[in-house]
Design a protein around this ligand. Structure first.
Ligand SMILES: O=P(O)(O)OC[C@H]1O[C@H](O[C@H]2O[C@H](CO)[C@@H](O)[C@H](O)[C@H]2O)[C@H](O)[C@@H](O)[C@@H]1O
Length: 315
């Protein structure tokens, strides 16, 4: 019989933990002869040998979590992953990385594969369009990052707070003609919420609203910034650092130095290249740490799903 059983099944049938089965498989010490014989007998009886791909993917570890980022080249997601990894390593988890490219279908495929491999848990960088049914099987072992969903653990950013903080700072500096470069409303968090916060502030303070919502790419910031500049514009808020990097290249090329740039991100690249830009830090590093801690607690049955919102702060 070819093995359909997993390490978890062998552990259950042998009456030992997964780590013991793993030690037997890897011929490690710390297992009594009697236990080793019992586990080997169960494996022989069921014709069990861990599949090569499973073992490779699991790095021969019995504690594996997956991190599904949306884009491997995202500065903000990388900052969150950077704090997540040490938190997992510290607790003996081997993380594997996957990319969704904002495709709900790819998320479905990745989660299906991870389920078949008996992965312990998942941190998923969420986005608009992922269906609840896709997530359902993972309710007790998944943490969503940057998005929330009812009944699921999540760590989110304060999108409105980030924009209002920037608007308030610019307003206090005397700016009354503040334009906005953002992301389409089909993206609920970075797009709709940040743009609506901008509009709300303009309305409350009776400021003219001038906005364009091209997307997440740097080139879109570069290409679209001219469309939101009027002769009166003295400041420009970008919904992301990446858009601001594109916008700032355009402003430099055009030798426009009368517009104060501001953006959501505070990424090290931005701070290094443009320390003069006013930035708000949404708390990417803290979000990564909290997501990892929450997932480990869930896997160990120590906590109910919590929905955490990280406060944004000026940096
Ligand atoms: O240019 P980046 O450094 O990649 O930052 C842009 C924004 O990326 C993140 O939002 C996007 O991905 C989220 C999943 O991680 C998704 O939920 C959201 O809809 C996307 O817009 C990040 O959450 C934002 O704070 C960044 O501004």
């Amino acid at each position: 019989m070819q093995n359909r059983l997993t390490i978890k099944d062998i552990a259950r049938l042998s009456g030992v933990g997964k780590s013991t089965v793993s030690r037997v498989l890897n011929n490690e010490s710390g297992v009594s002869e009697r236990t080793r014989e019992r586990v080997e007998a169960v494996m022989n009886q069921h014709g069990f040998s861990p599949s090569r791909s499973a073992r490779a993917m699991r790095g021969q570890s019995d504690k594996v979590v997956a991190i599904i980022v949306s884009r491997l080249d995202s500065l903000s997601e990388n900052l969150a992953v950077q704090t997540m990894l040490p938190a997992f390593y510290e607790q003996g988890y081997d993380p594997i990385m996957m990319e969704s490219q904002f495709s709900p279908l790819l998320v479905e495929e990745h989660l299906g594969m991870l389920q078949r491999r008996n992965i312990d848990g998942v941190v998923l960088f969420g986005f608009t369009g992922i269906k609840d049914e896709t997530l359902k099987p993972w309710q007790s072992s998944l943490v969503l990052l940057a998005r929330d969903a009812s009944g699921f653990a999540s760590v989110c950013y304060d999108d409105e707070g980030a924009i209002l903080t920037l608007m308030q700072r610019l307003y206090e500096q005397g700016h009354r003609h503040i334009s906005f470069l953002g992301v389409p409303h089909s993206d609920v968090t970075t797009g709709k919420r940040r743009h609506e916060a901008y509009l709300a502030f303009c309305k409350q303070h009776n400021l003219p609203a001038v906005a364009s919502l091209p997307g997440l790419a740097m080139k879109q910031g570069y290409d679209q910034v001219a469309s939101v500049l009027t002769p009166q514009t003295t400041a420009l808020i970008c919904a992301t650092d990446t858009l601001a990097l594109g916008a700032s290249k355009y402003l430099q090329e055009q030798r426009i130095d009368t517009v104060q740039l501001a953006s959501v991100g505070s990424t090290p690249l931005m701070k290094f290249l443009h320390p003069e830009i006013v930035t708000v830090d949404p708390g990417y590093a803290e979000a990564g740490r909290q997501a990892a801690v929450q997932l480990i607690e869930q896997i160990n049955g120590r906590s109910e799903p919590r929905q955490i919102v990280i406060p944004a702060h000026l940096s």
